[in-house]
Design a protein around this ligand. Structure first.
Ligand SMILES: [Zn+2]
Length: 462
């Protein structure tokens, strides 16, 4: 790909030299639209999930083919043909947009010759769709699948599958997403009310000459990728091809071009939010909400802080960092590491670390679902019981990192003696009364300490 880009630059230089008279206006002096091929992540069986990017505009539109593996192979073929088109017609993508085409999010399903992922989970039933106002689409292990057949293929819990986590993290800064399926022959938007999703589906259906339906009427889809996306403000639709075999390329190209032409209406820029009276940058808000929100990280306690490398914001139980240089990786937002010790009276002394966050060498970690305790060679500690369940269900390695201690008794921030365990990016504490695991309020404690030390510049703690 890099060689292609160099060739493009070379050609631009040649054209400018040959046709100097054409460079009189600024529009002719623009750089060619970059085309970039890259791997966004890997499937559970280690197959690459590939993407092609065309354009560099602020509004990210993602086309995802082949969620449902081998039976919907024509959507893989369609996305490949669309890549060929946009490679040779990059100017078809408006300056305001950057377009990503992902031929398959489920390469294991293709290789295994079925609809599911490597563990028999339906990836379009596994997302955390409990975030919106509609309960009908909430995640459920028992789901309706193709032909309305009911089966327990929703996964062990929301976002339990590696591929679900790949698309979750890749879409955090997206404006819109189109999940192409086959073969019901219609286009429908996310189930819960979301005007840009509805408008996108109408435009796509009209241009592609497919039937538009406001709702998928055959049964309720729970844990759907489109419903998850719209709950975060990402315009999301599903076009279902008519044929089980034909990619229907021309029709779908017209559908996508109609969406691109209406970008101002159907590809809204990710919106900053206000939570607990604090402004929260859009991408940090989406990460926070998609990873458990208040229940896991607590509420934001101060406005975002600009750092040399990005933006940090302190929540009651974590400090989250947005790193623009990691855009289009699966790690654009991460919790900042936590350093913790026990003081002589058994209470916890914690601070946020200064270690740089980045991309782990192994990429996004596979969710570790196991009946027995997990042992981590990296640190020499085990993880079991309720802590293991909380760790696994709320993001595991990528959110909390490995354990840095055994389970032990400590005095937590509320003055109680509790069972706790330290992790790279959090401290877990068990409340025997509620039988709940919670993160220690490290963010709250750190801000409180700053307030004591520097009362004139203290953030307000609510
Ligand atoms: Zn499908």
């Amino acid at each position: 790909m890099w060689s292609n880009m160099r060739i493009s630059w070379l050609w631009l230089t040649v054209l400018l030299l040959l046709g100097g008279h054409r460079s009189a206006t600024p529009s002719h002096a623009q750089a060619p639209t970059p085309i970039r091929e890259f791997v966004i992540g890997y499937s559970a069986q280690g197959r690459p999930i590939e993407a092609v990017q065309v354009g560099t505009g602020p509004r990210k539109l993602v086309i995802v083919g082949n969620t449902h593996g081998a039976p919907e192979a024509n959507t893989y073929e369609l996305t490949r043909q669309l890549i060929d088109y946009y490679r040779s017609h990059p100017q078809a993508v408006p300056d305001a947009v950057r377009l990503y085409l992902i031929p398959t999010i489920n390469p294991d399903g293709v290789a295994l010759g079925w609809r599911f992922d490597a563990f028999g989970v339906d990836l379009n039933r596994n997302m955390n769709t409990n975030l919106d106002e509609c309960s009908e689409n909430d995640w459920n292990r028992s789901v309706f699948g193709a032909y309305g057949i009911v089966s327990d293929t929703g996964g062990a819990f929301p976002d339990s599958q590696l591929e679900s986590r790949v698309i979750r993290n890749f879409l955090l800064d997206a404006s819109g997403v189109i999940f192409i399926h086959s073969n019901a022959g219609l286009v429908f938007p996310a189930f819960c009310e979301h005007a840009p999703s509805i408008r996108m589906a109408e435009l796509y259906a009209a241009a592609a000459e497919y039937e538009y339906q406001r709702y998928w009427e055959r049964y309720f889809i729970t844990g759907g990728m489109h419903d998850w996306a719209a709950s975060l403000g990402i315009a999301a639709i599903i076009p279902e091809l008519v044929s089980p075999v034909d990619p229907e390329y021309g029709q779908n190209l017209r559908g996508i071009q109609a969406v691109l032409a209406a970008y101002a209406e159907v590809l809204p820029l990710p919106a900053d939010q206000v939570v607990n009276g604090q402004p929260v940058p859009a991408v940090i808000w989406r990460y926070w909400r998609a990873h458990g929100g208040d229940a896991v990280f607590g509420l934001p306690l101060e406005p975002p802080r600009q750092t040399a490398l990005g933006i940090q914001q302190t929540f009651a139980r974590a400090r989250l960092e947005y790193r623009p240089s990691l855009t289009d990786t699966l790690f654009v937002v991460q919790p900042v590491p936590v350093q913790a010790d026990l003081t002589s009276d058994g209470s916890i002394s914690a601070a946020f670390g200064t270690l740089p966050i980045g991309i782990p060498a192994d990429g996004l970690a596979s969710p570790m679902i196991s009946d027995g305790p997990l042992f981590f060679e990296q640190s020499g500690y085990s993880l079991g019981g309720g802590f293991q369940q909380f760790w696994t269900q709320n993001g595991g390695m990528d959110v909390f990192g490995v354990p840095r201690s055994t389970e032990q008794t400590a005095r937590t921030a509320d003055g109680q003696l509790r069972t706790v365990q330290f992790f790279e990016r959090a401290i877990f504490a068990y409340d025997a009364d509620t039988e709940q695991v919670q993160l220690e309020p490290v963010g709250w404690q750190v801000l409180l300490r700053e307030q004591v030390r520097a009362p004139t510049t203290a953030p307000q703690i609510r």
